[in-house]
Design a protein around this ligand. Structure first.
Ligand code: DAH
Length: 337
C-alpha cells in the first residue's frame, strides 16, 4: 500500500511537471484526484489495510494528496504567468492606433475660405445678406429695369408674397452701402438661386463671392489689378486671365472674366468665372435716395461677382460642376488634408 502511494505520488508529480496547458492541467487533475482517479482508487484500498497500520497509511495518503494539490496549484500559477507574458509580448505597443474614418472639408468650402483669406488680406471686410430677398435689393437698386429678362418668372424663384430667392450676391452691395458710410470695401460669399437647367457648368443653387470697393477716384486699373492679383494668388502666377467687355445694369463699363481651365485629359478651355465693372452711378443714386443722404454721389467704385464652383473647377481641374453637389465619397476623399 505504502509503495503504491509512493509510486502514484511520484508519477503524479512527473505528469504535473510535464503539463503545458491549462486544459492539460485539468485533465491531469481529474486523472489523479477525480472520482476514478489514481489516488482515489488507492484510497478505496484503505478498507483492507490492517487496523494498526491505518493511522500511518492514512497520514501518508493525506500527505500525498497535499503534495499533489500543491503541485497542481503551483503549476497553474506558472502556466498563468506564462500565458500573461505571452499575451503582453504579442501586443506591439509601437503599432499605430486604429483610426476612425474622419470627415474632411468640402472643396467648395476650401476654395471659399481661401478666396476670402486673400481678399481680406487686401483689406476687404466680410459682409452678409439674406438669401430670401426683395425686388428692391435684387433688381431695382441694382438698376435692373422691370422688363429685364432676369426678373422673369422663368429665371427667378418667386414666393407668393413677392419675395424671391436672390439670383446673385450683388444684393449685398446694396445692403452694405445702406449700413456703411464710404469708403466701403466688402466681400460676401453666399448662395444664389436661378431656374437654370443643370448641366456640366450650371447648377440652380450655386455660390458666389461678391466684392465692392467704393472710394474717391477708384479706376478700372484698380479693378483689373485687384482681380488679377486675386486670381493669381489663388491659381498661381502663370494663370491665364482675360477680361471681355460685357453688359450688367449695375456696372458701366462691365466685363466678364475668363480663366483658362486645364483639366486632365482635356484641351485647355476658357471658363467664365466672374462678372465685374465700375459701379453704375444709378446704383449710388438708388442707395442715396433710399437713405436720404448724398454720401455716395460723386464717388466711384468697382464691383465683382465670382462663381465659387467655377473657381473650384479651375483650381482642381474638375470637369463637371455636378460632382460638387453629389457628395460621392470617392470624389470628396481626394480633398482630405
Ligand atoms: N451679379 C452678376 C451675376 O450674377 C455678377 C456680377 C457682375 C457681379 C458684375 C458684380 C458685377 O458685382 O459688378 O451674373
Amino acid at each position: 500500500m505504502k509503495e503504491r502511494i509512493a509510486s502514484i505520488l511520484s508519477n503524479a508529480l512527473e505528469r504535473i511537471a510535464a503539463v503545458r496547458s491549462m486544459k492539460g492541467l485539468e485533465e491531469t487533475r481529474v486523472y489523479i484526484l477525480g472520482k476514478k482517479g489514481t489516488l482515489s482508487q488507492v484510497q478505496q484500498g484503505m478498507r483492507d489495510v490492517p487496523k494498526e497500520e491505518k493511522p500511518e497509511v492514512g497520514r501518508i495518503l493525506n500527505e500525498a494528496r497535499g503534495a499533489i494539490s500543491a503541485a497542481l496549484e503551483q503549476r497553474q500559477t506558472a502556466l498563468q504567468a506564462e500565458a500573461d507574458r505571452e499575451a503582453v509580448t504579442a501586443v506591439d505597443l509601437t503599432m499605430p492606433g486604429r483610426t476612425l474614418p474622419a470627415g474632411g472639408i468640402h472643396p467648395l468650402t476650401l476654395v471659399r475660405d481661401e478666396a476670402v483669406r486673400i481678399l481680406r488680406r487686401m483689406g476687404f471686410a466680410l459682409a452678409e445678406g439674406p438669401e430670401i430677398e426683395d425686388e428692391f435689393h435684387c433688381f431695382d437698386a441694382l438698376n435692373t429695369p422691370t422688363d429685364h429678362p432676369a426678373r422673369n418668372e422663368k429665371d427667378t424663384f418667386y414666393f407668393d408674397n413677392g419675395k424671391l430667392l436672390r439670383t446673385q450676391t450683388s444684393t449685398v452691395q446694396i445692403r452694405a452701402m445702406e449700413h456703411l458710410s464710404p469708403p466701403v470695401r466688402i466681400v460676401s460669399p453666399g448662395s444664389a438661386y436661378r431656374r437654370d437647367d443643370i448641366d456640366a457648368t450650371h447648377l440652380s443653387v450655386f455660390t458666389q463671392i461678391e466684392g465692392l470697393y467704393v472710394n474717391e477716384d477708384v479706376t478700372v486699373g484698380d479693378l483689373k489689378g485687384t482681380l488679377e492679383y486675386f486670381l493669381k494668388s489663388l491659381f498661381g502666377a502663370e494663370t491665364a486671365v482675360r477680361f471681355r467687355p460685357h453688359f450688367f445694369p449695375f456696372t458701366e463699363p462691365s466685363f466678364e472674366i475668363d480663366v483658362l481651365l486645364q483639366a486632365a485629359g482635356q484641351a485647355p478651355k476658357w471658363i467664365e468665372i466672374a462678372g465685374c465693372g465700375m459701379v453704375n452711378p444709378a446704383v449710388f443714386e438708388a442707395v442715396d435716395r433710399e437713405k436720404g443722404t448724398r454720401e455716395y454721389g460723386g464717388l466711384t467704385g468697382f464691383a465683382f461677382g465670382i462663381g465659387l464652383e467655377r473657381l473650384a473647377m479651375i483650381r482642381w481641374g474638375i470637369r463637371d460642376i455636378r460632382l460638387l453637389i453629389e457628395n460621392d465619397a470617392r470624389f470628396l476623399d481626394q480633398f482630405q488634408a
